[in-house]
Design a protein around this ligand. Structure first.
Ligand code: G6P
Ligand code: ZN
Length: 544
């Protein structure tokens, strides 16, 4: 056993985990002791690490492997017995969740800043997922944060680097390091959930799809599953090689950032289906030929048709969506006679519902969809689910959405983001809005009667934990809704998100351009919150 080096350190005051772990600039993470303090805080705050198995990997962004080498030396010094690390340091977020569960690990450390840009000047992130494979609940992140505030030393070894490119068993002193194929466990799970024979037949019949991996972690996963196992033609996966700066792009699967994909699906000779995933593989965007599926509609379609996939053939126990996600799935749930839960933004709030078997499927407007197969949202899973539905129903992506609209109505939905606002201005906007909530009920705004105006609060139906101030929502008599909240994932300034929706039950009026269909509500949203006045902006920076 090498001598453990106990390094004296002092706390950093900015290590509070956000919506999805600690997100910082690479330059911050690489400050002396910065990463080490946070990792030691995880080891100190979460009981049971001695002799345990840890899962470790990341989305391949700049500094991924450097950080992994540090964490391996710290894990060995802190009594971890075995680490499962993805080859080349790669593990998607859902892939890591799967490995944690399959191998009954103590937990996993996932290095990712999700969809945020990478590279030396980009973002980095680190999050801890406990034994259920899901994002750490607040009591764990609070304990980690508390530990970062008082930390005085961390433990590390001075051992050589592990060759992360070589599959198989390595050692860091007494600790075993297994370099694993990041795709193997995950692909096996997908084969159990979906009808691979039907999807293979679909591709054999000439069905064409384009999957944009955005030079991020899903490249190897999608190439193995779509092209090798399902027989999609080579070239189905584009931007499939992970790069540490994502090729200079912004690995976020939406209409703005997935431009190669959008060009393909809205151009001449468009394939039948398009899809993209984000930096760490947990988000997804689904496109039909010249047709965009909102994440909220995607959840509703998957719920409505779930029994067509072998993994869900026995039905869906319940569904859950985050509060700002459209209420399309509520309508589907009502039709199916199952429960629908409304949670705050953040995948971690689904964990208790999934563990308790109350929800089988979950989704968020922020391009997240998933189920109880792992405890993270899962981009490729959603893509395979859609492929499965297209293969067994013979309906196109667009048909499946329109069928759902016909049955339960269409909910026109848009999100307007105002990025990079100075934080005090954004906070003032929210404070002013909150202050006027008590007077809004019963007033008419933009011609609509306000039926409810509140700041969303949540009590977890399983463990009774509570979360307050999760976003302002204004509901109108005609079923329309406006939601305002500040993003919890940014690293610079503040981002105001405004979510606007209106139901349309008349099939004859379900084919209007979304921004036009919502124009008057968009104006009401601005007027109610004084967005232009507070931010000095004449319009949003991103519309999805
Ligand atoms: C991450 C979480 C999601 C959440 C999203 C919200 O991606 O994993 O569960 O919906 O952040 O981000 P925001 O920037 O709106 O706080
Ligand atoms: Zn992500």
């Amino acid at each position: 056993m090498s001598a453990i080096r106990v390094v004296p350190t002092t706390p950093f005051d900015d290590q509070k985990p956000g919506t999805s772990g600690l997100r910082k600039k690479v330059t911050t993470i690489r400050r002396p002791h910065y990463l080490e303090n946070f990792v030691q805080a995880i080891f100190d705050a979460v009981p049971g690490r001695q002799g345990a198995t840890l899962v470790l990997g990341g989305d391949g962004r700049f500094h991924n492997t450097g950080a992994i080498q540090t964490i391996l030396r710290m894990a060995a010094a802190n009594g971890i017995a075995r680490v499962l690390v993805g080859r080349d340091g790669l593990l998607s977020t859902p892939g890591a969740s799967c490995v944690i569960r399959e191998h009954k690990a103590w937990g996993g450390i996932i290095l990712s800043a999700s969809h945020n840009p990478g590279g030396p000047d980009g973002d980095f992130g680190i999050k801890f997922n406990p034994a259920n494979g899901g994002p750490a609940p607040e009591r764990i992140t609070d304990a980690i944060y508390a530990r970062t505030r008082e930390i005085g030393e961390y433990c590390i070894l001075d051992t050589p680097e592990v060759d992360l490119s070589a599959l198989g068993t390595h050692h860091v002193d007494d600790m075993v390091v297994e370099v694993i194929d990041p795709v193997a466990d995950y692909a096996a799970l997908m084969e159990r959930l979906f009808d691979f024979d039907a999807i293979r037949a679909l591709f054999r019949g000439g069905f064409r799809m384009c999957f944009d991996a955005m030079h991020a972690v899903t490249g190897p996963y999608a190439t193995e599953i779509l092209e090798r196992r399902l027989g999609a033609p080579a070239g189905t996966v584009i931007n499939g090689v992970p790069l540490d700066d994502f090729g200079g792009g912004h690995p976020d699967p939406n209409l703005v950032h997935a431009h190669d994909l959008v060009a393909a699906l809205f151009g001449d000779d468009a394939p039948d289906m398009g899809a993209a995933s984000d930096g760490d593989g947990d988000r997804n965007m689904i496109l039909g030929r010249r047709f965009y599926v909102t994440p909220s509609d995607s959840l509703a379609v998957l719920t409505l048709n779930a029994t067509q996939a072998p993994g869900y053939a026995r039905g869906v126990a319940g569904v859950a969506r985050s509060m700002p996600t459209s209420r399309a799935v509520d309508r589907v749930a009502a039709q199916l006679g199952i429960d629908c839960y409304e949670t705050p933004t953040g995948w971690k709030f689904f964990g208790t519902l999934l563990d308790a078997g109350k929800a089988t499927l979950c989704g968020e407007e922020s391009f997240g969809t998933g189920s109880d197969h792992v405890r993270e949202k899962d981009g490729l899973w959603a893509v395979l689910f859609w492929l499965n539905l297209v293969a067994v129903t013979g309906r196109s992506v667009e048909d499946l959405v329109r069928d759902m609209w016909r049955q339960v109505g269409r909910i026109y939905y848009t999100r307007h983001d105002y990025e990079g606002i100075e934080t005090p201005r954004a906070e003032r906007l929210m404070a002013d809005l909150r202050a006027c909530l008590p007077d809004l009920f019963g007033t008419t705004q933009g011609g609509r009667l306000v039926m409810l105006a509140d700041d969303f609060g949540y009590t977890d139906p399983v463990d009774g934990s509570t979360a307050g101030k999760q976003g302002v929502r204004v509901l109108f008599e005609d079923g329309s809704r406006i939601v305002y909240r500040l993003s919890g994932t940014g690293t610079e300034g503040a981002t105001l998100r405004v979510y606007i929706e209106r139901p349309e039950d008349d099939p004859a009026r379900q084919d209007v351009d979304t921004q036009a269909a919502l124009a008057d509500l968009i104006a009401t949203a601005d007027a109610l919150a004084g967005i232009q006045a507070h931010t000095g902006r004449s319009g949003p920076t991103v519309i999805t």
